[in-house]
Design a binder for this molecule. Sequence first.
Ligand code: KDG
Length: 315
Amino acid sequence: MDVVTIGETMALFTPKTTGLLRHAKDFSFSFAGAESNVAVGLARLGHRVGWVSQVGQDEFGEAILAFLQGEGIDTSEVKKRPKDPTGLMIKEPLHKRELRVYYYRRHSAASRMNPNTLNEAYLAKAKYLHLTGITPALSEGCRQMVMKAIEIAKKHGVQVVFDPNYRSKLWDKKRAKQVLREIAAQADILLPGIDEGRLLVNEEEPEQIAESLRDMGASMVVVKLGSKGAYYVSKGSSGYVEGFPVGQVVDPVGAGDAFAAGFLSGRLDGLPVAEAVRRACAVAALVVEVQGDFEGLPLRETLERFINQSNQDVL
Ligand code: KDG
């Protein structure tokens, strides 16, 4: 396995019209989950990925499993729970520039995960363990599971990649900061957004944020700067990588997950850090041009054409 990721995936309903949710009549049905978005991104680029989770023994759980299996993701470590439901997420696009989201995930099947959910032998086989700050916010059992997963990864020389993915709706800021810092201090690779970086360390600028996070223990930090690209620091090198021009931002949700998938894909292919960051920026640019969190995640040929085309535009 190249990458194993752990987290919750929810059934997602999005109204086809803007305005208050109470007036919505038609919804499109899809899936939402930061970790499974990363898994889809990696699988589409040809990497071997496993997703560890729990779903309800219900229609939404079946739909999630069928979807992820169809993308070529290994779900052999996903448990179905008969008594707990699959979590739900509902979007409310109030108007073109404001989107609210509602979670119905308290006591969901995935929130019941705990350290016993983990199969040590399965995690030990991965090159990278991908985690986000969403999972520890789901429940105390999930938080403990994340810490245990890190312990297992370290024991077996698996690189821990952590995207803080701060979700204000899931926990209070003070507690989030404390837990996210604790995890960040254990990770090998950190992929914070600039605002998450500011939350984690008392710094404002990408360079200082990256340095402070690296001082906490990570060997590589990449601070995501949205359309501007990213700033990275790793052993012996650092620098800015420019973002790719985007035609029209249709839906920015999922850009961070796309970035993580592109970055890990680059590292798995042996690219130097700066080039892996460039691939990350390319995958993120492709995702925001398409409606949905993962629908725009490219196949390898699409990604290569996009990057080559952009290189020619620069020349
Ligand atoms: O990164 C995109 C995710 O935020 C989305 O797919 C839903 O996982 C999700 C969450 O918990 O917000």
